[in-house]
Design a protein around this ligand. Structure first.
Ligand code: ATP
Length: 137
């Protein structure tokens, strides 16, 4: 068993999709270890996406991710990182497979409803940023 980290991004929260997305996550066999409604500051979003700072969409990405509340969660399942990235689907919803969260809820390549960690190492870093040990069950 291992863990991944996810955010339901501001676009999906604004549109009322928290419940629908959490249902898809739990129906796919992930256990919720930690969960909260929170908001990234501009500085948080800049740091979170620092790997993309030379990309042309960086400014847009930072303002999008900090514009409203997100849901942060730690999820547990065997093969969590890879299986969760399969469940969310391709970055661009027009490439996302049927049955994926982004196919159902994403609007565009930028406003794509959910984040999923890309490695076990990043999952641990991202989860620890949002949740103290006593908030993880
Ligand atoms: P995430 O890291 O959010 O799970 P990902 O790994 O599928 O997404 P990345 O290529 O790491 O995608 O890009 C990170 C995020 O940057 C994307 O989820 C999306 O919100 C945004 N993004 C990526 N490409 C573009 C683009 N061409 N235009 C605008 N925003 C983009």
């Amino acid at each position: 068993t291992n863990r991944t980290f996810t955010m339901i991004k501001p676009d999906a929260v604004e549109k009322g999709h928290i419940g629908g997305i959490l249902s898809m996550i739990t129906e796919a066999g992930f256990r919720i270890v930690a969960l909260k409604l929170t908001q990234l500051t501009v500085a948080d979003a800049e740091a979170f996406y620092a790997v993309h700072k030379e990309r042309p969409f960086y400014g847009e990405l930072v303002s999008f991710m900090s514009r409203g509340p997100i849901v942060a969660a730690i999820l547990e399942k065997d093969n969590a990182v890879e299986d969760f990235r399969t469940l969310i689907g391709a970055t661009n919803p027009s490439d996302a497979a049927e049955g994926t969260i982004r196919k159902k809820y994403a609007t565009s390549v930028g406003e794509n409803a959910v984040h999923g960690s890309d490695s076990d190492e990043n999952a641990a870093i991202e989860g620890a940023f949002h949740f103290a040990g006593r908030e993880q069950f």
